[in-house]
Design a protein around this ligand. Structure first.
Ligand SMILES: Cc1ncc(COP(=O)(O)O)c(C=O)c1O
Length: 479
């Protein structure tokens, strides 16, 4: 393939029917969801060494390579893909990816991608509006109105959590940017806060042990009534609480921490309240489900992944702040958030991100919204949350299975209970299921008990598929 637009066009024309067939077959539910082979065999089948050393891929030989590549890929659009919290992506977001790849605008500096930059800021305003942190008349209003929040898109929720905690540090210890951490800072959060929180604390240089964990219920929901006692003990130890983190929702169970009660505690004690909504913040687009985030007005920051429940391809997350100045203070002590000085037609996002070069990732969500509108996304959330509750009825009505809790979001855990049912046994069932390749599910521990786990993220997954899944598990158990 030469570096010409006509070669690009030729190769795209060649591979499009293959991609269409791959996704259509996946969506129809035929064939395996995953075939795994040894990495050493796969690299040979793909001819990786030859391609890397010699080059020469073109429209005549690309099909063979792509077929092997697709045959060895996870079929995210298969109704039996009920695995991780990664979207069974909307086709519209692939259009965004293609355009971004073709024109390559690293838009963190406005002049390096005005369209990408203005789309990101409009998407941020849309998200702020959903969070109740936007006071402008229109999401196309980029002036820094009093009372407006702020935010930026990051390459993933882990980066977004890190950014939020850096903002919390900038509030409690602004000198840390120049002088390093004061040494008395801790973060309080659930015992099962996503591991990116502990990582962020380590990366910031506070040391992971300065995550003060607050006990949870047996279903791993933070107990707000225990915050007071933990906080008191922390203060008596001479430590200062930099932030309190809530799960909205928890990765393992999809259950929401009580945002309102935790927020109340934080507000009463003047503590930064961070809501990790990587998965569950998307409930904000649904009138039916947004009650899970009641009390969000008490929070200072929130993260929200679009590649989980907003149907975009990987990777795009937002970190949002209620107070517009929080983002400006994160990476520098001076500077206005969106500067509109006379010489600049737009705004540079670079001073407000960990990343320097940044892809136009907001276009992914823009394209999904442009295809579906807000109503389409809201219907999607309603469907995924709603059908997961139906799956709960289906699983609990089967004599061989139990679910430990009624699902709130689209994550459901269950165990095979007929006959042997220990932790290793559940894991063995899952591993065998994935090895067979007809279904893709995950597994997790809740209070040291292992469960099979589904994230119902594919709009095509219906009750008939879950019934078949249960049948296959019973079959594996009896074999
Ligand atoms: C609650 C929560 N926070 C943060 C993350 C990290 O997000 P990402 O994978 O986009 O870095 C996840 C990922 O599953 C999550 O479930």
């Amino acid at each position: 393939m030469k570096n010409t637009p006509s070669d690009l066009s030729a190769i795209i024309k060649k591979i499009l029917p293959q991609l269409e067939d791959y996704i259509e077959t996946s969506m129809s539910g035929s064939g395996k969801v995953l075939k795994q082979q040894l990495a050493s065999k796969l690299s040979g089948d793909l001819g990786l060494k030859k391609w890397i050393k010699e080059g020469g891929i073109n429209e005549h030989n690309v099909s063979e390579f792509l077929q092997t590549y697709l045959d060895n890929s996870q079929r995210m659009h298969h109704p039996h893909y009920i695995g991780h919290q990664v979207s069974s992506s909307h086709m519209a977001s692939a259009v965004a990816d293609f355009i971004c790849g073709a024109i390559n605008n690293p838009m963190a500096i406005y002049e390096m991608g005005p369209s990408g930059a203005v789309i990101e800021q409009t998407i941020i305003n849309w998200m702020l509006e959903k969070a109740g942190w936007f006071v402008g008349d229109s999401i196309e209003d980029f002036s820094q109105k009093d009372g407006n929040g702020s935010g930026v898109l990051t390459h993933g929720g882990s980066m977004a959590n890190l950014t939020a905690l850096l903002a919390a540090r900038a509030r409690i210890a602004p000198e840390a940017w120049d002088e390093g951490n004061p040494g008395d800072l801790v973060v309080m959060g659930s015992e099962v806060a996503h591991y990116s929180i502990a990582r962020a604390i380590s990366i910031i240089g506070m040391g992971k042990r300065n995550l003060v964990t607050v006990p949870t219920t047996s279903m791993e929901v933070l107990k707000p009534e225990l915050l007071e006692e933990r906080y008191k003990r922390t203060v008596e130890n001479g430590q200062r609480v930099m932030a309190v983190v809530a799960n909205a929702c928890a990765t393992s169970t999809g259950l929401y921490d009580p945002v309102d009660e935790i927020g109340q505690f934080c507000n009463e004690n003047g503590l930064w309240f961070h809501v990790d909504g990587a998965h569950g913040a998307s409930a904000l687009v649904s009138d039916k489900e947004k009650h899970f985030l009641s009390g969000l007005e008490r929070a200072d920051s929130m993260i929200w992944d679009t590649h989980k429940m907003l149907r975009t391809s990987t990777l795009c997350a937002a970190v949002l702040f209620k107070d517009g100045s929080s983002l400006a203070n994160t990476f520098q002590q001076k500077g206005s958030y969106l500067f509109h000085d006379k010489d600049k037609p737009g705004f540079d996002l670079m001073p407000y991100t960990i990343e320097c070069t940044k892809a136009g990732i907001g276009t992914k969500l823009f394209w999904v919204l442009a295809a579906e509108g807000e109503k389409g996304l809201s219907d999607y959330i309603d469907n995924q949350y709603g059908i997961t509750r139906k799956f709960y009825e289906l699983i609990t009505s089967h004599s061989d299975f139990e679910c430990p809790y009624y699902p709130e979001a689209n994550i459901i855990c269950f165990r095979y209970t007929a006959g042997e049912s220990g932790n290793d046994y559940q894991l063995g069932l899952r591993n065998e299921l994935v090895k067979r390749g007809d279904f893709y599910i995950t597994s997790t521990e809740i209070s040291n008990v292992r469960y099979l786990r589904m994230t119902v993220i594919n709009a095509l997954t219906k009750e008939e598929h879950v019934s078949k899944l249960l049948e296959e598990i019973v079959l594996i158990a009896s074999s």
